[in-house]
Design a protein. Sequence first.
Lengths: 474, 474
Amino acid sequence: MAYRRVDIEIIRQIRSKIADDKRVMTEKQDLAGYSYDGSFGSYMPEVVVQPKSTEEVAAIVKLAYENTIPIIPRGQSTSLSGGPLPVEGGIVLDLSKMDQKLEVIVDDLIVVVSPGVLTGNIHAAAERAGLMYPPDPSSSAVSTIGGNLAENSGGPRGLKYGVTKDYVLGLELVTPQGEIIRTGGRTVKNVTGYDLTKLIVGSEGTLGIITEATLQLIPKPLGTATLMAIFDDIVTSGEAISKVLTSGILPAKMEIMDQACIQAVESYKPSGLPVDAEAIILIEVDGHPRAVEEEIKEAAQICETIGARSVRIASTQAERESLWKARKMVSPAITRVKPTKISEDATVPRSQIPEMFARLKKIREKYKVNLVVFGHAGDGNLHPNIVADKRDKEEMKRVEKAVAEIFETAIELGGTLSGEHGIGNMKAPFMEMELGAAGLDMMRRIKESWDPKNIMNPGKIFPEPGQKLNLTEG
Amino acid sequence: MAYRRVDIEIIRQIRSKIADDKRVMTEKQDLAGYSYDGSFGSYMPEVVVQPKSTEEVAAIVKLAYENTIPIIPRGQSTSLSGGPLPVEGGIVLDLSKMDQKLEVIVDDLIVVVSPGVLTGNIHAAAERAGLMYPPDPSSSAVSTIGGNLAENSGGPRGLKYGVTKDYVLGLELVTPQGEIIRTGGRTVKNVTGYDLTKLIVGSEGTLGIITEATLQLIPKPLGTATLMAIFDDIVTSGEAISKVLTSGILPAKMEIMDQACIQAVESYKPSGLPVDAEAIILIEVDGHPRAVEEEIKEAAQICETIGARSVRIASTQAERESLWKARKMVSPAITRVKPTKISEDATVPRSQIPEMFARLKKIREKYKVNLVVFGHAGDGNLHPNIVADKRDKEEMKRVEKAVAEIFETAIELGGTLSGEHGIGNMKAPFMEMELGAAGLDMMRRIKESWDPKNIMNPGKIFPEPGQKLNLTEG
């Protein structure tokens, strides 16, 4: 596709549609801040626009459509899969300034939000009303709901509560033609035609720009309790996870850290973690206080019976936070080892977690990479992280091969390339491996029917012919 | 679209692809049994095929595609919106014989099913494993999972647990071209490309034929309790519902019956229901037994404080069943009044339920129709049912107008045409009213890109130009 470059005439037209000149940026130093995200690689936009209203978004998209210019929506750039990278240049729409609306409607158990609102602010607003917005991506204090919607973000609570998509009732969307449409509505039940809402959530900005969302809230659970269990071997920890889940308990969170993770955290900030243990599991239950009290005891007993080395229960807020500290230190601890972090989210059926850990161990040895694994064990969503130094081309070649083998292994075990980070540009070359040619073709038909000029976030999800994973350039 | 008729040559080709001649039906008396469903209207298929494998389905779809013949999937024909009606003739695929697979995989909390399996059998298989498949359409004892998937069926438990779509992790699908694809997988988290799974669920057989599904199960709640509250006026009952939901309790079910309903049930089988009350509410909570015990007491207290005339709590299975009896008698009771039942499922935001009841009362008076209302009050999904006699053309004209006004009212109150029954052919004329021209166009783009010959269940969801609701013909 031949795109028109953003020239002086286009800039003039953009400025005529955006009330405030400061919200249209063309200077190199301004653009540079929009050239990267939380993933690998860097690409310069041609212009950055900060719209503040749906009408401004629609006007810019219409202009891009008429002139065949790429248009890339962006929130707070915490994406780990390259979602907001302008890989073909064009117009970056910085939606973080479009954060006017955050309206909790208690009687309908919903909240209506603008795309630039931070997800953490939605959590806080819901809690003030005695309600809860369950999706909790680890980035939620700093990521926007628009980004969460585009990527269908997950998080630890996915086990019990599902992911972002499960809480989206309706959207306002600017289509690739610049039309404003509304999908879904304000009700949990809605079968009026195709579910465009759930098609758009997770489509990574390739089908339109989300300008408003109506999200479902639930009553806030009144009780919470946490336990930490330490296991000498990781297979036993997998058995404990299965046993808890089939005992009638559905925990809110079930997190796992492997030995490499434990060692990295302990050498970063020594706090007495057992560096000889193969796995630490954290289980959190929430709900009615009396149920929570019994369930956490039952879960502890199951872990002990199956063979945990030790189990600790935390009931107060302070005790809970101390148990979670180790898990929260994983990211800073591992980036101390080497500067470049490749964070994956290969997801397997729950029963395959022990096998996945065994395979990841082999991959670590085979390619001599710094691979640590943690993640959401209850729903099979692991985070194999490789830390490396991107200036070391030889090492990056080994990382490339290790990453490819991680993807292949996840699919071989009946899992998926991506549980919660999205495909972006980096995983696009692996799409056909998971979906088959016919499956990928059905996705492409949708993309082409909605966006025939391929202006909406081009270069994402769909592989270019012959495209391969490349971690040594870009 | 000019379809090819099913002639002797097509029949010969169908027979060459289906192993057993008895599974290809062309006799008029056989076809007649496939001309209707649970909705209004009757249309004759040209041939009925009962495939038993994905390969047979793919072969028949390929044949239909090559020859441009309509192809209509069908389960047990309990649809209330015309889903399986062959309105353009063609090949009806009776999938009820394709029921070989019903495999619960406990460690992964999933069940893999063939489309012809009865949903009630999935409930039973999950329970035997200590698990639960939450979606519970009222038809589940007699409807197939394939039909539930095509229509994205709801049910009373939608309030707490969501609908069919929320439990579908993956599908095997035969595309309109006869290709076999797999969407999603076996994991709760999956963001690999567009969510074809959730696009197909609820697409009413217009995008392909579902030949296998992987469904999520959850741990079975160990306790259940029910209460019945009687209210002198319906507005107060709406307040009680809101108050319970914002008190930290999320009931599994919250059902409501209006006065016309109470009177119909009481005159059908007198059991001491208060015929002067404006509303009866049933609330069921489930979960940990200790939580359930407290929550049902709290809910009862809220109802009493807000002004219920009386509240009864049932804790044993027998007591619970006795409370549910009135609700379960609604359907047989109202069809005793008149033979033709038009069952709608207009859904409004929860806070609009009292207003919706007031408007429905006006519609009943304005058009002098036998309108009763019951439904799932907790999630705003009401069932306004009109009973009439379809031989009485004058009455049916009034019913037509009343139905149209019900749809308009639901949309005016921020709701939707259909909460759980689907659009089918009857509601198609109202689609643009809810979605707008641009919104409907985006759905149509998907349909055309997947099924350019419009062979998959034609006449459903999308209105023909100028199409109007018609209850006096067909």
